[in-house]
Ligand binder design. Sequence first.
Ligand code: PLP
Length: 402
Amino acid sequence: MSAALPQRQGVNVSDRARGELVDNAVAAGVMTRCAMKVALLDLKAQFATIRDQVVQAILPILDSQQSVNGPAIKQLEELVADYSGCRAAVGLSSGTDALLVSLMALDIGAGDEVICPPFTFFGTAGSIWRTGAKPVFVDIDSATFNIDPAKIADAITDKTKAIMPVHLYGQMAEMDPIMAVAAEHRLAVIEDAAQSIGAAYKGRKAGSIGAAGCLSFYPTKNLGGVGDGGMVVTNDTDLADKIRALRNHGETSRYHYKYVGGNFRLDTIQAAVLVVKLTYLDGWSAKRRANAARYDALLADCSQIVTPKIAEGNESIFNQYVIRTPKRDGLQAFLADHEIGTGIYYPLCLHQQECFKGLGYNTGDFPVSEKAAAEVLALPIYPELADEQIDFVADKIKTFLQ
Ligand SMILES: *Cc1c(COP(=O)(O)O)cnc(C)c1O
């Protein structure tokens, strides 16, 4: 035992060291990663390009020990508000908490209904549920995977208080008809923009159209921290003030609480890292779009694969590049055999989740979403991917289909 352990540790350490050398070399542009292995996402490759800046941003926080409510929070809020074309932004503990606190700030709770798609990350409907309100699902559009605006009106009742469209995979939902139906029925719109910071719809940025836009800084998002984080962007400064109070237990002046909120604060270290990373965001998202265009061209002649469709007037940030095929499971296994990482977002719709059984939905209720859940496959799209890796992935997809 005692003899084997150091040896095993030695192997691990040298493997990791070798990996870092490759990452650094790729980042420095002196080599491209060997085309034999393509990860779905390689956060270390990105970190290698900004390591010194990130470390320099964190050190003053450690030295000052101003780790809660430090100056980087306000700095990030101003930068992201500006970036998103909004008057205000409030840093929060996660994207999920941004959704939850937005609903709380709009006084949505027990007895209310909120409309959202069933084909999304769990946090969308989970946040609605946690306020005591009822998530009411509306099926998606098969081309964009976003909520189908034409199906919203049928789901509205006298209990409906809000619509929560999701800008899935980096592409915004069709906001004009959504805002129109919301205005007609006096409903608030809360944009789940967790996957779409910087995406645009007819020139307007994600999060800037509804009453509130909710961003996530989870590490896999286009703007990711070194841990959890989120933000609400809004043009309603009163709503921003209320969310600012709610993130700090509802405190409006020292030890005086107008609301019952919680601890939903953004960490100062996350804010400092995100201030650094925000300067790179447009470049990274542009690289993702270029990678998407390369896949589009390479896969154009594959009749059994549907490549992502970006609706007119939209600019996607390609948080994910999602193809669809009825042969999805076989394709995923084949790609895994060739050391190509892929992901399924999401394999089971929310109306089919065990925790939502009480809502009374059945399989078959949302056929477009259910079909998507069976057919979608996310390919590696991260900014640091080499062209040769994209070519390799496309080549293996074609091999499988032949
Ligand atoms: C990531 C994500 C969230 C939740 O964000 P967290 O920061 O992980 O809490 C919510 N909705 C969607 C669509 C997401 O992709």
